[in-house]
Design a protein around this ligand. Structure first.
Ligand SMILES: [Zn+2]
Length: 340
Protein backbone atom coordinates (compact mmCIF):
# COMPACT_ATOMS: atom_id res chain seq x y z
CA UNK A 1 0.00 0.00 0.00
CA UNK A 2 1.31 3.45 -0.88
CA UNK A 3 0.49 6.44 1.34
CA UNK A 4 -2.78 8.23 0.65
CA UNK A 5 -1.48 10.73 -1.91
CA UNK A 6 -5.02 11.81 -2.78
CA UNK A 7 -5.64 12.87 0.80
CA UNK A 8 -2.36 14.81 0.98
CA UNK A 9 -3.26 16.56 -2.29
CA UNK A 10 -6.71 17.50 -0.99
CA UNK A 11 -5.45 18.60 2.43
CA UNK A 12 -2.16 20.31 1.57
CA UNK A 13 -2.31 21.04 -2.16
CA UNK A 14 -0.36 20.10 -5.27
CA UNK A 15 2.80 22.01 -4.37
CA UNK A 16 3.15 20.46 -0.92
CA UNK A 17 2.40 16.98 -2.24
CA UNK A 18 5.05 17.44 -4.94
CA UNK A 19 7.61 18.58 -2.36
CA UNK A 20 6.89 15.40 -0.42
CA UNK A 21 6.99 13.09 -3.43
CA UNK A 22 10.03 14.71 -5.07
CA UNK A 23 11.14 12.08 -7.61
CA UNK A 24 9.58 9.10 -5.90
CA UNK A 25 7.75 6.71 -8.26
CA UNK A 26 4.06 6.17 -7.48
CA UNK A 27 1.10 4.17 -8.73
CA UNK A 28 -1.42 6.34 -10.59
CA UNK A 29 -4.22 7.62 -8.35
CA UNK A 30 -7.53 8.68 -10.01
CA UNK A 31 -10.85 9.88 -8.66
CA UNK A 32 -13.94 11.85 -9.59
CA UNK A 33 -14.10 15.44 -8.38
CA UNK A 34 -17.73 15.58 -9.50
CA UNK A 35 -19.95 14.15 -12.24
CA UNK A 36 -18.09 16.14 -14.83
CA UNK A 37 -14.44 15.96 -13.78
CA UNK A 38 -11.87 13.24 -13.22
CA UNK A 39 -8.37 13.89 -11.90
CA UNK A 40 -5.41 11.50 -12.12
CA UNK A 41 -2.12 11.95 -10.31
CA UNK A 42 0.09 10.34 -12.96
CA UNK A 43 3.43 10.93 -11.22
CA UNK A 44 5.04 13.37 -8.83
CA UNK A 45 4.16 16.85 -10.07
CA UNK A 46 2.01 15.62 -12.99
CA UNK A 47 -1.77 15.93 -12.68
CA UNK A 48 -4.20 15.08 -15.49
CA UNK A 49 -7.65 16.72 -15.32
CA UNK A 50 -10.35 15.52 -17.70
CA UNK A 51 -14.01 16.41 -18.18
CA UNK A 52 -16.20 13.36 -18.83
CA UNK A 53 -17.88 15.40 -21.56
CA UNK A 54 -15.39 15.07 -24.41
CA UNK A 55 -16.57 18.06 -26.45
CA UNK A 56 -13.66 20.28 -25.31
CA UNK A 57 -12.04 22.34 -28.05
CA UNK A 58 -8.52 22.61 -26.60
CA UNK A 59 -6.07 20.18 -24.99
CA UNK A 60 -4.01 22.32 -22.65
CA UNK A 61 -0.65 21.76 -20.93
CA UNK A 62 0.33 24.22 -18.20
CA UNK A 63 3.82 23.55 -16.89
CA UNK A 64 5.93 25.23 -14.23
CA UNK A 65 9.11 24.63 -12.29
CA UNK A 66 11.18 23.19 -15.13
CA UNK A 67 13.66 25.47 -13.37
CA UNK A 68 13.25 24.53 -9.72
CA UNK A 69 13.65 27.98 -8.14
CA UNK A 70 11.06 29.68 -10.35
CA UNK A 71 8.40 29.71 -7.67
CA UNK A 72 5.74 32.10 -9.03
CA UNK A 73 4.73 29.75 -11.87
CA UNK A 74 4.65 26.80 -9.44
CA UNK A 75 2.30 28.80 -7.21
CA UNK A 76 0.08 29.62 -10.22
CA UNK A 77 -0.24 25.91 -11.04
CA UNK A 78 -0.85 25.14 -7.36
CA UNK A 79 -3.70 27.68 -7.21
CA UNK A 80 -5.28 26.41 -10.46
CA UNK A 81 -5.22 22.83 -9.11
CA UNK A 82 -6.78 23.99 -5.83
CA UNK A 83 -9.61 25.73 -7.71
CA UNK A 84 -10.25 22.59 -9.75
CA UNK A 85 -10.32 20.36 -6.65
CA UNK A 86 -12.65 22.73 -4.75
CA UNK A 87 -14.85 23.01 -7.87
CA UNK A 88 -14.40 26.77 -8.00
CA UNK A 89 -13.27 26.21 -11.58
CA UNK A 90 -15.50 24.35 -14.06
CA UNK A 91 -13.42 22.05 -16.27
CA UNK A 92 -14.48 21.88 -19.91
CA UNK A 93 -11.12 21.27 -21.58
CA UNK A 94 -8.58 18.53 -20.78
CA UNK A 95 -5.58 19.93 -18.98
CA UNK A 96 -2.24 18.51 -17.88
CA UNK A 97 -0.71 20.46 -14.97
CA UNK A 98 2.99 20.06 -14.27
CA UNK A 99 5.60 20.97 -11.68
CA UNK A 100 8.67 20.10 -13.73
CA UNK A 101 11.67 19.60 -11.48
CA UNK A 102 10.71 18.74 -7.88
CA UNK A 103 14.30 17.81 -6.91
CA UNK A 104 15.67 21.23 -7.90
CA UNK A 105 12.59 22.86 -6.35
CA UNK A 106 13.40 21.25 -3.00
CA UNK A 107 17.00 22.47 -3.38
CA UNK A 108 15.75 26.01 -4.23
CA UNK A 109 17.95 25.83 -7.32
CA UNK A 110 17.44 26.44 -11.01
CA UNK A 111 18.67 22.90 -11.62
CA UNK A 112 20.68 20.22 -9.84
CA UNK A 113 22.90 18.57 -12.49
CA UNK A 114 21.87 20.02 -15.85
CA UNK A 115 19.52 22.77 -17.05
CA UNK A 116 16.38 20.78 -17.86
CA UNK A 117 15.16 23.27 -20.43
CA UNK A 118 18.01 22.20 -22.72
CA UNK A 119 17.13 18.49 -22.41
CA UNK A 120 13.84 18.21 -24.29
CA UNK A 121 13.17 17.10 -27.82
CA UNK A 122 15.47 14.14 -27.40
CA UNK A 123 18.44 16.04 -25.91
CA UNK A 124 18.14 13.78 -22.81
CA UNK A 125 19.00 10.68 -24.84
CA UNK A 126 22.14 8.90 -23.61
CA UNK A 127 22.08 10.72 -20.27
CA UNK A 128 21.21 8.91 -17.05
CA UNK A 129 21.05 11.68 -14.44
CA UNK A 130 17.73 12.40 -12.77
CA UNK A 131 16.97 15.57 -14.73
CA UNK A 132 17.45 13.76 -18.06
CA UNK A 133 15.18 10.96 -16.81
CA UNK A 134 12.59 13.53 -15.72
CA UNK A 135 12.72 15.32 -19.10
CA UNK A 136 12.05 11.97 -20.82
CA UNK A 137 9.16 11.28 -18.43
CA UNK A 138 7.63 14.72 -19.09
CA UNK A 139 7.93 14.15 -22.84
CA UNK A 140 6.17 10.80 -22.50
CA UNK A 141 3.37 12.25 -20.37
CA UNK A 142 2.80 15.18 -22.73
CA UNK A 143 2.88 12.81 -25.74
CA UNK A 144 0.29 10.50 -24.17
CA UNK A 145 -1.84 13.51 -23.25
CA UNK A 146 -1.89 15.03 -26.73
CA UNK A 147 -2.27 11.69 -28.54
CA UNK A 148 -5.25 10.69 -26.37
CA UNK A 149 -7.03 14.01 -26.94
CA UNK A 150 -9.66 14.76 -29.55
CA UNK A 151 -9.67 18.57 -29.33
CA UNK A 152 -8.99 20.56 -32.47
CA UNK A 153 -6.38 22.74 -30.80
CA UNK A 154 -3.36 21.95 -28.65
CA UNK A 155 -1.72 24.52 -26.40
CA UNK A 156 1.22 24.40 -24.01
CA UNK A 157 2.22 27.30 -21.76
CA UNK A 158 5.55 26.59 -20.02
CA UNK A 159 5.72 29.20 -17.27
CA UNK A 160 9.03 30.62 -16.02
CA UNK A 161 10.58 33.54 -14.18
CA UNK A 162 13.98 34.93 -15.13
CA UNK A 163 17.28 35.26 -13.25
CA UNK A 164 17.79 38.86 -14.33
CA UNK A 165 15.39 41.74 -14.68
CA UNK A 166 13.92 42.65 -18.03
CA UNK A 167 13.26 45.96 -19.73
CA UNK A 168 9.83 44.38 -20.39
CA UNK A 169 8.90 42.59 -17.18
CA UNK A 170 6.91 39.81 -18.84
CA UNK A 171 7.66 38.27 -22.21
CA UNK A 172 6.99 35.12 -24.20
CA UNK A 173 9.49 33.11 -26.20
CA UNK A 174 7.76 31.75 -29.29
CA UNK A 175 9.56 28.55 -30.34
CA UNK A 176 10.80 28.15 -33.90
CA UNK A 177 7.58 27.28 -35.80
CA UNK A 178 9.10 24.82 -38.29
CA UNK A 179 7.65 26.67 -41.25
CA UNK A 180 4.20 27.34 -39.76
CA UNK A 181 2.91 30.92 -39.55
CA UNK A 182 3.20 32.89 -36.31
CA UNK A 183 -0.25 32.68 -34.67
CA UNK A 184 -1.85 36.09 -34.25
CA UNK A 185 -4.68 34.73 -32.02
CA UNK A 186 -1.99 33.40 -29.68
CA UNK A 187 -0.33 36.83 -29.54
CA UNK A 188 -3.76 38.34 -28.84
CA UNK A 189 -4.07 35.92 -25.90
CA UNK A 190 -0.74 37.19 -24.54
CA UNK A 191 -1.70 40.84 -24.95
CA UNK A 192 -4.92 40.13 -23.03
CA UNK A 193 -2.73 38.49 -20.36
CA UNK A 194 -0.49 41.54 -19.87
CA UNK A 195 2.33 40.28 -22.10
CA UNK A 196 3.16 42.36 -25.17
CA UNK A 197 6.80 41.40 -25.70
CA UNK A 198 7.54 38.29 -27.73
CA UNK A 199 10.86 36.86 -28.83
CA UNK A 200 10.39 34.93 -32.07
CA UNK A 201 12.42 31.71 -32.09
CA UNK A 202 14.89 31.27 -34.93
CA UNK A 203 15.89 27.60 -34.75
CA UNK A 204 15.07 24.22 -33.14
CA UNK A 205 16.01 23.92 -29.49
CA UNK A 206 15.88 21.67 -26.44
CA UNK A 207 13.13 23.57 -24.64
CA UNK A 208 9.93 22.00 -23.34
CA UNK A 209 7.81 24.39 -25.41
CA UNK A 210 9.67 23.60 -28.64
CA UNK A 211 9.07 19.89 -27.96
CA UNK A 212 5.28 20.40 -27.89
CA UNK A 213 5.37 22.75 -30.87
CA UNK A 214 7.61 20.55 -33.00
CA UNK A 215 6.20 17.14 -32.16
CA UNK A 216 2.52 17.94 -31.74
CA UNK A 217 1.93 21.19 -33.65
CA UNK A 218 0.83 22.69 -30.35
CA UNK A 219 0.69 26.43 -29.85
CA UNK A 220 3.50 26.28 -27.29
CA UNK A 221 5.42 29.03 -25.53
CA UNK A 222 8.01 29.67 -22.87
CA UNK A 223 6.40 32.42 -20.82
CA UNK A 224 8.64 34.61 -18.64
CA UNK A 225 6.57 36.22 -15.89
CA UNK A 226 9.10 38.36 -14.03
CA UNK A 227 11.98 37.85 -11.66
CA UNK A 228 12.86 34.79 -9.59
CA UNK A 229 11.85 35.06 -5.93
CA UNK A 230 11.63 32.52 -3.08
CA UNK A 231 8.34 30.84 -2.17
CA UNK A 232 6.05 33.24 -0.31
CA UNK A 233 7.61 36.42 -1.75
CA UNK A 234 5.60 36.55 -4.98
CA UNK A 235 2.64 38.89 -5.23
CA UNK A 236 -0.27 36.94 -6.84
CA UNK A 237 -1.65 40.21 -8.25
CA UNK A 238 1.39 40.42 -10.54
CA UNK A 239 0.16 37.28 -12.29
CA UNK A 240 -3.61 37.76 -12.07
CA UNK A 241 -4.19 38.46 -15.78
CA UNK A 242 -2.41 35.36 -17.11
CA UNK A 243 -3.74 33.20 -14.28
CA UNK A 244 -7.34 34.31 -14.94
CA UNK A 245 -6.94 33.68 -18.65
CA UNK A 246 -5.50 30.20 -18.09
CA UNK A 247 -8.52 29.50 -15.86
CA UNK A 248 -10.77 30.72 -18.67
CA UNK A 249 -9.10 28.30 -21.08
CA UNK A 250 -9.74 25.43 -18.66
CA UNK A 251 -13.39 26.49 -18.39
CA UNK A 252 -13.63 27.23 -22.14
CA UNK A 253 -14.72 30.80 -21.52
CA UNK A 254 -13.91 33.60 -23.96
CA UNK A 255 -10.76 35.62 -23.26
CA UNK A 256 -11.25 39.37 -23.57
CA UNK A 257 -8.78 40.04 -26.40
CA UNK A 258 -8.50 42.62 -29.18
CA UNK A 259 -7.57 42.05 -32.83
CA UNK A 260 -3.86 41.76 -33.54
CA UNK A 261 -1.95 44.91 -34.37
CA UNK A 262 1.84 45.04 -34.58
CA UNK A 263 1.84 48.43 -32.88
CA UNK A 264 0.57 46.84 -29.63
CA UNK A 265 3.66 44.62 -29.38
CA UNK A 266 7.40 44.57 -28.97
CA UNK A 267 8.26 41.71 -31.31
CA UNK A 268 11.89 40.70 -31.49
CA UNK A 269 13.69 38.52 -34.01
CA UNK A 270 17.06 36.92 -33.33
CA UNK A 271 19.78 38.59 -35.35
CA UNK A 272 22.64 36.48 -34.11
CA UNK A 273 23.63 34.03 -31.41
CA UNK A 274 26.57 35.18 -29.35
CA UNK A 275 28.73 32.06 -29.05
CA UNK A 276 31.69 31.86 -26.68
CA UNK A 277 34.71 30.96 -28.81
CA UNK A 278 37.60 31.34 -26.34
CA UNK A 279 38.55 31.55 -22.67
CA UNK A 280 39.12 35.30 -23.20
CA UNK A 281 35.39 35.73 -23.78
CA UNK A 282 33.75 38.49 -21.74
CA UNK A 283 30.76 40.78 -22.06
CA UNK A 284 31.11 44.57 -21.72
CA UNK A 285 27.87 44.88 -19.77
CA UNK A 286 26.90 44.99 -16.10
CA UNK A 287 26.17 41.62 -14.48
CA UNK A 288 22.63 42.75 -13.69
CA UNK A 289 21.87 44.35 -17.07
CA UNK A 290 18.21 43.83 -17.94
CA UNK A 291 17.09 41.55 -20.75
CA UNK A 292 16.24 43.52 -23.93
CA UNK A 293 18.61 46.35 -23.03
CA UNK A 294 19.63 47.92 -26.33
CA UNK A 295 22.80 49.49 -27.66
CA UNK A 296 24.08 52.06 -30.12
CA UNK A 297 25.82 51.10 -33.33
CA UNK A 298 29.55 50.65 -32.81
CA UNK A 299 29.42 49.49 -29.19
CA UNK A 300 31.72 46.53 -28.59
CA UNK A 301 29.47 44.10 -26.76
CA UNK A 302 31.83 41.17 -26.32
CA UNK A 303 35.55 40.46 -26.19
CA UNK A 304 36.38 37.20 -27.92
CA UNK A 305 39.40 37.74 -30.23
CA UNK A 306 38.35 37.80 -33.87
CA UNK A 307 34.81 36.82 -32.80
CA UNK A 308 34.27 39.94 -30.66
CA UNK A 309 30.85 41.40 -31.39
CA UNK A 310 30.38 45.05 -32.32
CA UNK A 311 26.80 46.32 -32.52
CA UNK A 312 25.88 46.85 -36.20
CA UNK A 313 22.62 48.83 -35.90
CA UNK A 314 21.15 51.22 -33.34
CA UNK A 315 18.60 49.38 -31.21
CA UNK A 316 20.13 45.91 -31.25
CA UNK A 317 19.39 44.38 -27.86
CA UNK A 318 20.64 41.46 -25.80
CA UNK A 319 18.61 38.68 -24.20
CA UNK A 320 19.78 35.95 -21.80
CA UNK A 321 23.41 37.15 -21.54
CA UNK A 322 25.61 34.69 -19.65
CA UNK A 323 29.40 34.59 -19.97
CA UNK A 324 29.84 31.77 -17.43
CA UNK A 325 29.33 28.93 -19.85
CA UNK A 326 31.64 26.40 -21.56
CA UNK A 327 33.36 27.33 -24.84
CA UNK A 328 31.10 26.61 -27.79
CA UNK A 329 27.90 27.41 -25.92
CA UNK A 330 25.58 30.37 -26.31
CA UNK A 331 26.43 33.44 -24.26
CA UNK A 332 23.36 35.41 -25.29
CA UNK A 333 21.13 36.39 -28.16
CA UNK A 334 21.40 39.58 -30.20
CA UNK A 335 17.85 40.58 -31.10
CA UNK A 336 16.21 43.38 -33.07
CA UNK A 337 12.64 44.64 -33.34
CA UNK A 338 10.48 43.24 -36.09
CA UNK A 339 6.88 42.99 -37.31
CA UNK A 340 4.91 39.94 -38.42
ZN1 LIG B 1 13.18 29.26 -16.32
Amino acid sequence: MQPDWKNILLQQGFLELTKTLENKAIDVVSWKVNDNTKVSLLASGILLVEPFDTSGVCDLVISSGVHGNETAPIEIVDRLVAKILTQDLVVRNRVLLIIGNPVAMNLSQRFDIENMNRLFNGHHVGKNHHEAIRAAQLENMVSDFFVAGTATERRHYDLHTAIRGSKYSKFAVYPFPDGRDWSKPQLEFFLASGINTVLLGHQPSGTFSYFSSHRFNAHAFTVELGKVKPFGENNPEDFALIEDNLAKLISDEAVNSKPFDNSDFNLFAVKQELVKHSEEFSLNIADDLENFSDFKRGFQLSNDGEHSYIVEQDGEAIVFPNAKIPIGQRAGLIVEKTDI
